[in-house]
Design a protein around this ligand. Structure first.
Ligand code: SF4
Length: 371
């Protein structure tokens, strides 16, 4: 069994000498630690870094974030993905202000009651922001511990017990970060650099020659394929309609072109029919003549594919001409905006790509062809 003292010494010495210069490692406050932990869920440090800097300029503390509109919050998160994190962070700011006097709770069990804060985030924040002696097991730490223990599929409770046993009570926050950093930079999934690993002497998988098999791969879940007909209504002034997604679930609260799920093998005619039916459901008649000259009627744009963690979505956009009066009539169920204003909305990546195609088409090019 790995001796904790030797392990801590080797790990923290390596961390002190090699730690990456990341923006959330300076001027730490509980707010900043929580923001960075939300951003780092499912996202690499290099990707999150510019978003973190922009976020702090836009929302420097709890009050600024709690006061912000949902659209402002989603817009600041735009491009980072997994938008539920932004919504949860926003809700957390409100809860911190209203129920905790503007101070993040220190107790991990109370932290876990905040929106979007689970076991890992509570441990990371409590240890890094407040020096609490609690472990934090994320995906990187799971992999490192699985190899150190030479355990193919350690359970969450086994991982927590081992992480707590190794944890340095004098520097719990640094220790947790050091273990995560080891997983991100040395004990990587496919090519672990055991030759330079500071804790190689403690690694059972290395001794047993089983590093490549630890942790054992989880059986892959089958990926669901879903197709959508997307109604891109455009009036003669180059304005289009977007609607708000439901408050819960995938891409909650973001804007999108109206869409309807269709059979994966939908023909061009079926796609347009579904898109028109969706618009009709919103009260927009799609048959009105275009009053402008720049947009051909009923044009299919290039399909856009997007991979979510649990499904592969294909969006089939169809540009449908509408009169200005049609669009104005539905302003209550959605938002009527000029195409160049789409960039200022919290649109998911796939919807942004549709908007870009539309802008190109209105400028005089693009489109797959008339339906
Ligand atoms: S020796 Fe290799 S497998 Fe073991 S912890 Fe270090 S990098 Fe990971």
């Amino acid at each position: 069994m790995t001796r904790p003292e030797a392990f801590r010494r080797a790990l923290l010495r390596h961390f002190d000498e090699t730690r990456r210069d990341l923006p959330w490692r300076t001027a730490r406050t509980p707010y900043r630690v929580l923001v960075s932990e939300f951003m780092l869920q499912q996202t690499r440090a290099q990707t999150a870094a510019p978003y973190y800097a922009r976020w702090l300029r836009r929302f420097p503390g709890w009050s600024a974030l709690a006061d912000a509109s949902r659209d402002d919050v989603l817009l600041a998160w735009k491009g980072l993905g997994y938008y539920a994190r932004a919504a949860n962070l926003h809700r957390t700011a409100v809860v911190v202000r209203e129920r905790h006097g503007g101070c993040l709770p220190r107790d991990p069990s109370v932290l876990k009651t905040l929106p979007g804060v689970g076991e890992y985030t509570a441990g990371a924040v409590a240890s890094i922001a407040f020096g609490a002696c609690v472990p934090a097991v994320d995906g990187n730490v799971r992999r490192v511990l699985s190899r150190l223990m030479d355990a193919p599929r350690p359970s969450p409770s086994e991982l927590r017990v081992e992480a707590a046993r190794l944890l340095d009570p004098k520097r719990p926050g640094d220790f947790n970060e050091a273990l995560m950093e080891l997983g991100a930079t040395v004990c990587t999934p496919r090519s672990p650099r055991c030759g330079v690993c500071p804790v190689a002497d403690c690694c059972r998988a290395l001794a047993a020659g089983t590093v490549a098999e630890r942790p054992a791969l989880r059986p892959k879940r089958p990926v669901r394929h879903v197709a959508y007909a997307v109604a891109v209504a455009v009036d003669g002034q180059g304005r289009t309609l977007v609607v708000r997604r439901p408050e819960k679930g995938l891409l909650a609260g973001m804007w999108e072109f109206p869409s309807a799920e269709i059979a994966d093998s939908g023909s061009g005619g079926a796609i347009e029919a579904a898109a028109r039916a969706r618009l009709a459901g919103l009260g927009v008649g799609g048959e009105g003549a275009m009053s402008g000259r720049r947009c051909r009627p009923s044009v299919r744009l290039v399909p856009v594919r997007h991979a979510f963690t649990h499904m592969q979505a294909t969006y089939h956009p169809v540009v449908l001409p509408c009169t200005t009066r049609n669009l104005a009539a539905v302003a209550k169920s959605g938002l009527v905006v000029r195409v160049d204003e789409l960039a200022g909305l919290a649109l998911p990546v796939a919807q942004q790509k549709i908007g870009e195609q539309l802008a190109t088409m209105l400028a005089g090019g693009g489109g797959e062809g008339s339906v």
